[in-house]
Design a protein around this ligand. Structure first.
Ligand code: 13P
Length: 249
């Protein structure tokens, strides 16, 4: 039985007072939640998040990282730096990173490997655009994105990772994939892993992301292959985020 996990991706939102007000009720409520809870904050707030969440049941992470250990890469942040701020998770290959910042499958795979080398659990994001879905390419696109990483790190490394299926057309649009649409892709992702290693496939937690809101979360999380959520907008509102966590309970 896979334990459900709900991760909040704050994207480029937040401020010191807003983060503190958001995390205070989440920290308290997490004590009574059955699922794992993670928040992924912008880099400058990781120290604040660390000090507010240390000793709580809420884990934290970053939204991306650089694939190199160190060097003349102005503006970038390494896995080891994230580790110093207590990050146990990092998002890798979010569609906004792929589309807005030009991250290729190969770059995403390198970032995934760098996170793992530093002992940080990558959450590998996969997802198709609307045009790709309409062209019937959903499973091919998601399969290609996953294969690029599995080929680089090997199937057993996937044990120390999570996957998130985030259809691009559902992110920030208010349009959620239907439970059946999401389940179909989650099942295909798990089947792809199972071709290499049935145990890895069975243990893998595959999160759904894309306009997850309190209404509808329970039905999504009831699907056989949906193991939790990766939540954007609703993760910035404590009551909504906690209601989604409850739905995963
Ligand atoms: P929304 O929940 O705002 O659609 O964002 C989803 C997402 O991109 C989480 O990583």
């Amino acid at each position: 039985m896979r334990k459900k996990l709900v991760a909040g991706n704050w994207k480029m939102y937040g401020s010191l007072p807003r983060n503190a007000a958001l995390l205070a009720p989440i920290r308290v409520a997490a004590e009574g939640l059955a699922c794992d809870v993670v928040v992924c904050a912008p880099f400058p707030y990781l120290g604040q998040v660390q000090s507010l969440l240390t000793g709580s049941k809420v884990a934290w992470g970053a939204q991306t990282l650089n694939e190199y250990a160190e060097g003349a890469y102005t503006g970038e942040v390494s896995a080891a730096m994230l580790g110093e701020f207590g990050c146990s998770y990092v998002l890798v290959g979010h569609s906004e990173r792929r589309s807005l910042f030009g991250e290729s499958d190969a770059t995403v795979a390198a970032k995934f490997a760098a996170a793992q080398a530093a002992g940080i659990r990558p959450v590998l994001c996969l997802g198709e655009t609307l045009a790709e879905r309409e062209a019937g390419q959903t499973l091919a696109v998601v399969g290609r994105q996953l294969a690029a990483v599995v080929e680089r790190v090997g199937i057993s490394a996937m044990r120390a990772a999570l996957l998130a299926y985030e259809p691009v057309w559902a992110i920030g649009t208010g349009v959620t994939a239907s439970p059946a649409q999401a389940q179909e892709v989650h099942a295909a992702i798990r089947a792809q892993l199972a071709e290499r290693d049935a145990a890895v496939a069975d243990e893998m937690r595959i999160l759904y992301g894309g306009s997850v809101k309190p209404a509808g979360a329970k039905e999504l999380f009831a699907q056989a292959d949906i193991d939790g959520g990766l939540v954007g907008g609703a993760a910035l509102v404590a009551d909504d985020f906690l209601a989604i966590c409850q739905a995963a309970g």
